[in-house]
Design a protein around this ligand. Structure first.
Ligand code: TEU
Length: 573
């Protein structure tokens, strides 16, 4: 089943999407209200992040019951209505399955704590002295990955927050229980699943200290991971749905296998290497300008590697864990619109299935919070303390959060210039950035030159041209690190995509054949072909007389194409 190749997925973080019942907290009825907007955008699937009962220590990624709806999001009837109403608009709903861990409020964990051996075996409990954790592994949210339970005289593993206890996948009962969850939702008409940090579920046989790192090398893409995924897929029949695994600190070979249709594991993978090119020495909390050379190299490596090994990637810049891409690799100021569009085109036209995170289609920017009280995310709050502990000043720590906090993407969706950005009538759970008056859906929906309209065009183009969803990819412009350029080919069809990743003009070598290619999409369309000609010296303009305005000859001189700041150009043979 490779039907997901020509589809586009839209990610909703329901807490911040639309509040229908005026409590400052987004909900399922809010999503239903906005389905027409999503249909207009043209997406095929919605991936909604967890709406299950949860103490919300990690915004729902701490699940207390996989088969119910948290009352703050609505009811099971609301979920059924959402499935129905999406379906009516040709949109499938994907749920987020957090199967690496449960909340410590989950009944299984509670029973384990009450001393039931059977349920202790659902988790990773290890005997040990209270003053020495079983290993030196670190939690991804900071601090030790182990918590001691005095009444049991045991430690339990939590790779994330202390309230997110890791499940023991080696226990067949755990695997059976999780399969039942999938079957429950499948029966309700769910059309796909996103599996949270699923490549961390298989832990090593021996638990030992990591003297080189934080422990991740022992459990990422662990020993039985392929086995577990095959079993889950086989026993639940999810092969007929869309499935995407979130792969943390993964390897290309593993991802190719997870997503190679012959392996019958998953449809595709999220991998994050391209989103670490602004981490200094791999440390998310050490700021650095994005290394565009590395970015280009990573895309090339992963795209061509996944292609040759028969894998399939989820294409994305943004999600609920990442700062806003336009603030990060683009420009919030003068080239806001151009850079947002270029970043969109650069990944939508690669080989894979694109994901759009709510607000990305509007070019939403980072939160720009200036006080620690404005942050909500457990990771941000933990790291704020850790950074202060390392001797950073408050100002320095706040500057790091402003660039790196996951809350940058979790601010309320900016629907309009009304109070609270049209998200709610009550003060939202997290502050609305000041940018909402300029950046909002109402301002862009009917403007043909908007970022929203550009995303619409990209989605429509994917439907129109099989070369985008089916074609092979090869990378171009090896001599220019500022330009991410590639060629897609499929049964005689061909596209050439040129993206200037920088705020400076740059040139790329053009192939002679391109003079006859047609420009089918760009982000400087507001410059009319006529105006463009006038900018050129007379002699140069003469060379291109006779070519149609959308022919590439217009832009080429002496075998080079000049790309404007953040320009994207899509050429068709
Ligand atoms: O994220 C996994 C994950 O690896 C990120 O949390 C990552 O470690 C972090 O963003 C880097 O700073 C998934 C979910 O997407 C995230 O929201 C959850 O908090 C996490 O799993 C635990 O369930």
């Amino acid at each position: 089943m490779t039907e997901f190749r020509d589809k586009v997925v839209y990610q909703i973080y329901p807490k911040s999407f639309k509040d229908s019942n005026k409590d400052g907290f987004g909900d399922l009825q809010g999503v239903i209200e906005k389905l027409d907007y999503l249909q207009e955008l043209g997406i095929d699937y919605i991936w909604i992040t967890p709406v299950f009962p949860s103490p919300q220590k990690d915004n729902g990624y701490d699940v207390a019951d996989y088969c119910a709806i948290d009352p703050r999001f609505g009811t099971m009837a609301d979920m059924e209505e959402l499935i129905r109403e999406s379906g009516r608009r040709g949109i499938g709903l994907m749920l987020d399955m957090v199967f690496n861990h449960t909340s410590t409020a989950h009944e299984w964990f509670q029973r384990a704590m009450a001393g039931e051996k059977e349920y202790q075996d659902y988790y990773i409990f290890k005997e040990g002295a209270p003053d020495r954790a079983p290993t030196n592994w670190q939690s991804k949210f900071g601090g030790s990955a182990w918590e001691y339970v005095p009444q049991l005289g045991k430690w339990y593993l939590h790779l994330f927050d202390v309230t997110q206890a890791d499940l023991n996948w080696e226990n067949p009962r755990v695997r059976e229980a999780l399969k039942k969850v999938i079957l429950f939702w499948k029966k309700k008409g769910i059309r796909g699943f996103r599996f949270d940090v699923v490549n961390l579920i298989s832990k090593p046989e021996i638990y030992e200290d990591d003297h080189e790192g934080d422990g991740r090398r022992f459990y990422s893409d662990g020993p039985h991971i392929h086995e577990y995924l095959k079993e889950l897929t086989r026993d639940t029949g999810i092969e007929e749905l869309v499935t995407v695994g979130e792969m943390s600190s993964t390897r290309l070979e593993a991802c190719a296998r997870y997503s190679n249709p012959q392996e019958r594991e998953l449809s595709m993978c999220f991998h994050f290497h391209h989103l670490k090119v602004d981490y200094r020495d791999g440390d998310k909390w050490a700021l650095m300008e994005p290394d565009r050379r590395a970015l280009k190299k990573l895309f090339e490596q992963w795209q061509t590697g996944m292609q040759s090994q028969g894998g399939w990637s989820a294409l994305f810049w943004c999600n609920h864990d990442q700062p806003r891409i336009v603030s990060r690799f683009g420009d919030e100021g003068r080239y806001w619109k151009e850079s947002a569009k270029m970043l969109a085109a650069s990944i939508h036209l690669m080989r894979g299935t694109p994901y759009i995170y709510q607000g990305e289609e509007l070019g939403m920017t980072n939160a720009h919070y200036s006080r620690v009280e404005q942050y909500r995310d457990v990771e941000s709050l933990n790291y704020y303390m850790i950074l202060l502990g390392q001797g950073k000043t408050k100002e320095e720590a706040l500057a790091i959060l402003a660039a790196r906090s996951r809350d940058n993407s979790r601010t309320p969706m900016q629907w309009s210039s009304e109070t609270y950005g049209g998200f709610s009538e009550k003060e939202p759970w997290i502050a609305v950035p000041d940018s909402y008056q300029k950046i909002n859906a109402a301002a862009q929906r009917y403007d043909d030159s908007s970022i929203f309209s550009f995303y619409k065009k990209l989605i429509a183009l994917r439907r129109e041209k099989a070369v985008i969803s089916q074609g092979s990819i090869a990378f171009l412009a090896p001599d220019n690190a500022d330009v991410l350029a590639y060629r897609r080919q499929w049964e005689g069809e061909e596209l050439v995509v040129l993206n200037n990743l920088t705020a400076e003009e740059t040139t790329v070598t053009a192939e002679p054949a391109w003079t006859a290619y047609r420009k089918i999409l760009g982000n400087y369309e507001d410059i009319a072909a006529g105006a463009e000609r006038q900018e050129r010296p007379a002699g140069q303009a003469d060379k291109v007389t006779g070519s149609r305005p959308d022919r590439m000859g217009e832009r080429m001189a002496e075998g080079r194409i000049v790309l404007r700041p953040y320009e994207t150009v899509v050429l068709e043979k």
